[in-house]
Design a protein around this ligand. Sequence first.
Ligand code: EPU
Length: 440
Amino acid sequence: MVPQTDKEDKFIVRGGRPLTGEIKLAGAKNAATKMLVASLLTDEECVFENFPQIGDAEVAKELCITLGSEIKSIDSHLVIRTPKIKTTRVVSLHRKNRIPILALGPLLSRMGEAEVPVVGGDKIGPRPVDMHLESLKSLGAEIEIGSEYYKAKVSGKLRGANISLKYPSVGATEQIILASVLAEGKTMIVNSAVEPEITDLIKLLQKMGAIIEVGTNRTITVYGVEKLHGARHTVLPDRNEAVSFACLAVATNGRIMVKGAEQEHLITFLNNLRRIGGEYEVTEDGILFWRARPLTGIKLETDTHPGFMTDWQQPFLIMLTQAAGESAIHETVYEDRFGYTKDLNLMGADIKVLKTCIGELPCRFKDKDYPHSAVIHGPTPLYGMALTVPDLRAGIAHVIAALIAEGESEISGVHEIDRGYEKIVERLSFLGADIKRVSN
Ligand code: EPU
């Protein structure tokens, strides 16, 4: 088990050193947590390797144990089996993260009814779940929405349907896949998300006996099967960790070998890193990152895969505070994901957040008054200070900022970082970072 992080834990960071050395990626948070939910679709054993030891995985484990799973884990090896669903009602885990809602499909398939708590997760905008619930209705479920729960039931089996998503949502795509693998007939998802974590979930489900086709143009077709069985699977490496460590290397002007980093999952990131003056070498073991020249500004827009991922903009922005000239980031996935820049300005950065679209991509937030663009002027020296982590990715950005800042920073709210980064203090210390965890 992961040691529970105390909500009061803080990181004390002294910046100013280039970080160098090797760091090995953990398994992807945004795949592993969903794979535990997928294992609920069978009464047989599933075995996972490279399973990350992070806070969000603990929430997913607690969810499964509540529902009847038996879990054994040693380090990154995890075995889960759910011989019987003990209850269809999860009343704990309110607003903890976004995983419990994904249990609706497996519970409907095995038991015909389900109740899960309302979702939580990062404080990065409203994050509705309308597409999840509408999709389940299309598959034949009746849905009741309470202030603290979602209830679903189906008479007989869920039935395949054609579902066209208004936006390629990662969670809604996973919801439909998990609900339709054991449904009657064929389900077609049009405008689906195609993130590498979804492909990895599909690979696991195939091993469990599912039939899922990934077509061109964001179309996924699931052919319902009668039964799924156990499987063994190695969780793909976490590309968000990879980007965070790459930005750390370039921001601190160090040299970091990110073991396990997959070029295929990082193509857009690598192009933009090179454009600003970062450099990399792809090897058998992973990718080596460093700064090749003084950094220069860039214009970026976040997008769904294979675009520039929204979870990369925060560590990337820290590099841009050290880049000469003007940079701009247009966030098109979440309407309010620049809140963390306030603290960076207090550290010495020059970042303006705007409500206008400052890019070319079609944007759902156009003319809607959302603070979803940022203009950065650099380079600016940063100075250490007391920071409070607002959410996971902003949290790692704060850590990187503190590591390039002059002086000491005290970072509170670090349980947010522990949700998604495994043993971060130990691993960064190994690269030469002056960082320690203080528990009250
Ligand atoms: N959306 C809706 N209705 C829905 C679902 C989504 O309007 O029913 C909107 C969201 O509000 C957002 C957009 O669609 O504006 C994209 O949301 P999506 O469903 O794709 O995201 P998610 O499944 O909630 C996952 C990751 C996020 C990552 C996004 C985008 C997990 C647990 N979370 O969220 O990761 O940013 O996909 O790639 O997989 C993180 O790891 O720090 C994190 C926030």
